[in-house]
Design a protein around this ligand. Structure first.
Ligand code: ZN
Length: 457
């Protein structure tokens, strides 16, 4: 495995949002859920999305929303709903050479209905393959152009003999609705963390059944805990789904304190965090603190207007404080958007590390605060307050260092995250030190959340 090995095999975090989340156990459950959802044909609309949301709704209190076709959403509109009954191609001898029932990727998503006989030369303009990977089926869509097509293994394409082929594309493209699911988990504060993940891909495991499974399982775990912030998990199609959600929720967007777009979290690549549009959001600071400590392979990238639904959340009219967490970003691995992105391609250890990354990030979002030292003249004597020795299993030396950093830096202006950064210590160690000092009456929280940018100057 070499440099592809996950550096944190004991992926279990003591979560300050309560209890212990076993990331390895959750990863095993995530793989099972991916396996269950993999055969379903999803698209930006249709019954496949509804069936997938039913499975997710077993884990968390999911409310399903149906937005009618034709509903205007900013510069777009909700498309017609697409469903498939059957789709296949028969060769001149009457043998099925392509069959949607064998793999949902075989049919170009949003293929218009068609029934007839076509010669091979004409059929070829409706067939897609990947010559460099002759055993893989590509994933293709045609959402906004009337077209029908099939995706095939290049090896099979090359075997097709000349002659008349019978084609059946028994699909419906009719006025219906776009479906998305939303789970709201109230915390002590109405201020929210928004988690968005896309649901529109058919049989592809990493992109994005891993995002759907991880979001669903994290939502279940958070729902069992008392949290300071409220959490909103949205499962919707890419682009048109986030636009539709933004359109429906525009009046309450100012409740969003932090957000994350989750996706592609099970491949062997390193964790990749993409910053919010401003690059200055609290969630950006949190990622910069958490991810490099979790893995040397973690990468932070600045915002660019290309990618997943952060494009909509971070468009200038919304400019929400949202980042994106993936492993390999879109398109940067050969299996991307092909049948090779299957359950074998993803790995439980990678999923566990991704879950751990999100849990650690949420822990900082939950627990970060600004404190003030109540005995700032000289160092207070820690021994007589029973503060020497180890905090929660840390060595006495690192516990004492953390206590001293907090006492020195807690000036009522800096938050614990900046103290952790300055001390080059894990946030959880600084957080624990601050809790101990508060209990000893040496420290007081003046404000929960994040220091305002530039407030130190
Ligand atoms: Zn994709």
């Amino acid at each position: 495995m070499g440099d592809r090995a996950v550096e944190n095999p004991a992926a279990s975090a003591k979560s300050s949002i309560g209890g212990t989340v076993s990331c390895e156990h959750l990863a095993g459950e995530a793989v099972e859920l991916v396996r269950e959802l993999y055969p379903i044909c999803r698209s930006i609309t249709g019954d496949g999305v509804r069936h997938s949301l039913e499975a997710i709704g077993r884990l968390l209190p999911l409310q399903r929303f149906e937005v009618p076709s034709g509903t205007p959403v900013f510069d777009w509109e909700v498309p017609r709903e697409w469903n498939v009954r059957e789709a296949w191609v028969k060769d001149p001898d009457g043998r099925k050479v392509v069959d949607f029932s064998e793999h949902s990727l075989h049919l170009v998503s949003y293929s218009t209905p068609f029934r007839g006989h076509v010669p091979l030369e004409e059929l070829r303009s409706h067939l897609h393959s990947i010559p460099e990977h002759p055993d893989w089926i590509p994933y293709r869509t045609s959402y906004y152009r009337d077209y029908w097509g099939f995706c095939v293994r290049h090896r099979d394409l090359e075997r097709l003999a000349p002659g008349e082929y019978e084609v059946c594309v028994d699909t419906s493209l009719e006025s219906g609705s776009l479906t998305y699911g939303e789970a709201f988990l109230p915390g002590e504060s109405p201020r929210e963390v928004l988690i968005y993940t896309h649901t529109c891909h058919p049989s592809l495991a990493n992109d994005n059944l891993t995002g759907m499974a991880i979001a669903a399982l994290l939502g279940r775990e958070l729902g069992r805990q008392r949290t300071r912030l409220s959490y909103r998990f949205v499962f919707g199609p890419g682009t048109i789904g986030s636009l539709t959600w933004l359109n429906a929720n525009e009046r309450t967007l100012d409740m969003i304190e932090h957000g994350l777009v989750l996706g592609l979290l099970g491949d062997p690549g390193g964790l990749t965090y993409k910053c919010s549009r401003d690059g200055q959001a609290p969630v950006d600071r949190v990622a910069a603190h958490v991810l490099p400590r979790l893995s040397r392979r973690a990468r932070l990238m600045s915002f660019e207007p290309y990618g997943y639904d952060e494009r909509q959340f971070c468009s200038p009219g919304f400019n929400l404080p949202m980042g994106r967490l993936t492993r390999s970003p879109n398109g940067s691995y050969p299996e991307y958007h092909s049948s090779a992105d299957n359950v074998e391609f993803i790995g439980a250890p990678y999923i566990a590390e991704s879950i751990l990354a999100v849990v650690k990030m949420l822990d900082v979002l939950e627990s970060n605060r600004t404190c003030i030292n109540l005995a700032p003249k000289g160092e207070p004597r820690l021994g007589k307050r029973g503060l020497y020795g180890s905090l929660g299993g840390r060595s006495p030396a690192s516990s004492e260092t953390a206590l001293l950093w907090v006492l020195n830096q807690a000036d009522g202006l800096r938050d614990l995250l900046s103290i952790a950064d300055r001390a080059d210590m894990e946030f959880s160690v600084i957080d624990e030190a601050a809790r101990a000092l508060e209990q000893a009456g040496l420290l007081r929280t003046v404000e929960w959340g994040f220091e305002k940018v530039g407030s130190r100057h």
